[in-house]
Write a protein that binds this ligand. Structure first.
Ligand SMILES: Nc1nc2c(ncn2[C@@H]2O[C@H](COP(=O)(O)OP(=O)(O)OP(=O)(O)O)[C@@H](O)[C@H]2O)c(=O)[nH]1
Ligand SMILES: [Mg+2]
Length: 224
């Protein structure tokens, strides 16, 4: 609990046995419920997460967005925080992000990895792709977006009822921000955080995922 609010963390994981252990051991006590959404990981992700007290939800259909859509259905908290299972997002930022949400007029905060604090933390190709996608998103929606691909968000759970979330893939990250941004009942802002190198193997395919995310932005802008 934090200031009378129940807090749920949602973490999508695909073969993150190295990272998830570190993430779960660093989750602060103010988080009441931790949901790990697993997609049939072939390593020890689910077992480790269960052993460390997380609720593990299995989703059979692959995809980052798909995992989120399933995981979010099971949350009981008033406030939801999200992050990757690869120990790249700073757990010690959770309390200030929470405080920022509670003191803010907006219902959705996205943690921005820009300006980059540690140049080693993000692969050059990811950095380049992210810059392009964030620029395109900013132009299409006439609003400065620093980090369109951030996977660390903090928002009120009742915002979910006001959003139309469809993407099953990596574009979910863009979609949830756009839905928050366009809805005057929610509202969106970014707050900078420190980012670190991921633990474990990369799964992102920068060219393929980058292209899909770019197409998604144009489709979403044109057809809603
Ligand atoms: N359940 C589930 N989780 C996924 C899937 N794809 C990615 N994830 C998880 O979603 C989070 C974000 O994916 P990453 O591969 O870290 O993507 P990224 O942060 O853009 O790329 P990196 O720079 O390599 O970390 C991680 O915790 C992944 O394990 C999936 O298909 N299913
Ligand atoms: Mg990651």
């Amino acid at each position: 609990m934090y200031r009378e609010k129940k807090i749920t963390a949602v973490i999508p994981c695909l073969n993150e046995e190295q990272g998830i252990q570190k993430v779960l051991s660093g989750i602060p006590d103010l988080v009441d419920e931790v949901i790990v959404v697993d997609n049939d990981s072939t390593d020890g992700t689910a077992q480790i997460a269960r052993k460390m007290g997380a609720r593990v939800i299995q989703e059979n259909v692959r995809g980052y967005g798909r995992a989120y859509k399933t995981g979010l259905l099971h949350t009981k908290g008033d406030i939801i925080i999200t992050l990757d299972g690869d120990h790249s997002y700073p757990l010690d930022a959770l309390s200030y992000l929470l405080e920022a949400l509670l003191n803010s007029k907006v219902g959705f905060i996205s943690a921005s990895r820009f300006p980059v604090q540690d140049p080693e933390s993000m692969a050059l190709l990811n950095l380049f792709g992210n810059k392009i996608l964030s620029y395109v998103m900013s132009v299409l929606y006439l609003r400065r977006i620093r980090d369109s691909q951030s996977g660390m968000w903090i928002f009120y759970s009742d915002s979910l009822r006001k959003m139309n979330l469809r993407s099953d893939g990596m574009a979910f990250s863009e979609e949830i921000k756009i839905e928050a941004m366009l809805n005057p009942d929610i509202g969106f802002k970014e707050i900078p955080i420190n980012y670190s190198n991921r633990a474990g193997e990369r799964k992102l395919e920068p060219w393929r995922d980058g292209w899909k995310n770019l197409v998604f932005l144009f489709r979403k802008r044109l057809f809603g």
